[in-house]
Design a protein around this ligand. Structure first.
Ligand code: PMT
Length: 407
């Protein structure tokens, strides 16, 4: 893995040289970025010697007249070429910059351009660490999906005892490595995932639909494929690209979704019904566009097939995971759906709140299993939520296999 080590201006910067070594010993290729303040504590030359490559010390640090342009876009190139960004020590100033989206030096600009995993290892004086400003910045960064390695307690350079010490570089390197190891716990599984909305025509140019963006279902499909599963994604119309290594079946209506699900049921081992399927449709769609008149228009709506319930009746020993999107009585409704539709697990979303659920990049869910166990996940990015849901599915799969295997 290619890792960027960003080093902030704190006394703990001296430990970052050991962190670079510990990451290299674990097989990572390391690019170092030093802030201006970090250079007051440790020389770029130390890291250039350790990594045998140029250390980045500023947005325009090496720019001559000729290469000013390439230097100006270097943060984008570094963001694209690397898999993980770890900032250690992450000072209070850096945490604030990252939380608020400042981009006035190389490291903060890189943070904004970086789309891979971000690990922050804060280190500072105890009072600064405990200050509500620092803690609320951390909350923002955690919600954004950044991993935080909490500081240790002990003697600090300022002569006090308390929380704020940068943890042992070996420990940070191990945490970074564990994040870069791709789990393959879904190898051998054939997972059918439904995502997005359905569109139910009311005439040749109009339809009934809902606000589902497909982001949650696509995140599940992408993560499941990365974790080794063969994934078939049955999706309603969305505006996001298909995940890599996933077989995509595009549908529009609930009836089309039902047919696609049933056609792929036999080979599947796990079914995740994330789609927001319309509950009603117009059975007799007029051939011509409905004309506007002064009179009130009534539509005759019929119930769509309940795909989840139908799969529940035919599931055999497959794992069936339903979703429940509710605006009230979330857990009761989710449990009711689990029983009535014969699901093994239900992921319950409280919808209708700002910032999570439909359309948002964020979600907050309760993952409920038939045994009665409930795991809360979020608020967090949908990619993180997808990982947490798949963790629960993999654990459930293992526990059911253990029951099936005679001692
Ligand atoms: O797509 P995003 O913008 O990322 O938003 C994600 C989400 C909020 C839509 C998603 O996480 C979610 O909650 N999906 C389920 C939405 C829904 O339709 O919930 P429901 O409570 O109405 O349905 C319960 C279950 O029955 C769901 O698994 C649904 O797929 C299934 N169903 C519903 C109706 C129907 N006719 N057939 C079904 O199979």
């Amino acid at each position: 893995m290619r890792v960027v080590v960003g080093i902030g201006g704190g006394i703990a910067a001296y430990k970052s040289a050991e962190l670079v070594r510990a990451l290299q010993q674990r097989g990572h290729e390391v690019q170092v970025v030093l802030t201006r303040a970090a250079q007051e504590f440790i020389q770029p030359l130390t890291f250039a010697a350790l990594t045998n490559r140029k250390v980045i010390t500023g947005l325009f640090s090496e720019a001559s007249q000729q290469d000013a342009l390439s230097s100006a876009v270097e943060h984008i190139a570094v963001a694209q070429e690397n898999d993980l960004l770890v900032v250690a020590p992450a000072t209070a100033d850096l945490l604030a910059k990252f939380a608020y989206g400042f981009a006035d030096d190389f490291l903060s600009t890189l943070y904004l351009a970086f789309t891979g995993k971000v690990v922050l290892a804060p280190a500072m004086n105890t009072a600064m660490w405990e200050h509500s400003a620092t803690q609320s910045n951390l909350e923002v960064l955690t919600r954004r999906g950044n991993s935080i390695i909490e500081p240790d307690e002990g003697w600090l350079a300022c002569g006090t005892i308390g929380a704020g010490r940068l943890p042992d570089p070996e420990y940070i390197a191990e945490r970074v490595s564990s994040l870069t190891r791709q789990k393959k716990d879904l190898e051998g599984e054939f997972i059918l995932i439904t995502a997005g909305p359905t569109q139910e025509p009311i005439d040749p140019v109009r339809f009934i639909s809902n606000r589902s963006s497909g982001k949650m279902g696509y995140a599940l499909a992408e993560s499941a494929a990365k974790r080794g599963a063969h994934v078939v994604l049955i999706s309603g119309p969305v505006n996001i690209p298909a995940p890599k290594n996933v077989e995509l079946i595009a549908i529009h209506t609930a009836n089309e979704m039902r047919n696609a699900v049933l056609e792929n049921l036999a080979q599947s081992t796990i079914i995740i019904k994330n789609a927001a399927v319309a509950d009603y449709y117009v059975a007799d769609v007029p051939r011509q566009k409905l004309k506007k008149t002064a009179a009130r228009l009534s539509l005759q709506l019929d119930p769509t097939p309940d795909i989840l319930a139908e799969v529940g009746q035919r599931k055999g020993d497959r794992l069936l995971i339903g979703f429940a999107a509710e605006t009230q009585n979330l857990l009761e409704e989710a449990r009711r759906k689990m029983n009535s539709k014969q699901c093994d697990m239900v992921v319950a979303n409280l919808v209708g709140q700002d910032g999570v659920g439909f359309e948002s990049d964020w979600n907050e869910v309760d993952i409920i299993t038939r045994s009665g166990q409930t795991v809360h996940a979020g608020p967090a990015g949908k990619k993180e939520i997808a990982e947490r849901i798949l963790d629960q599915i993999a654990t459930l799969r293992l526990s059911l296999r253990a029951v099936d295997t005679p001692a």
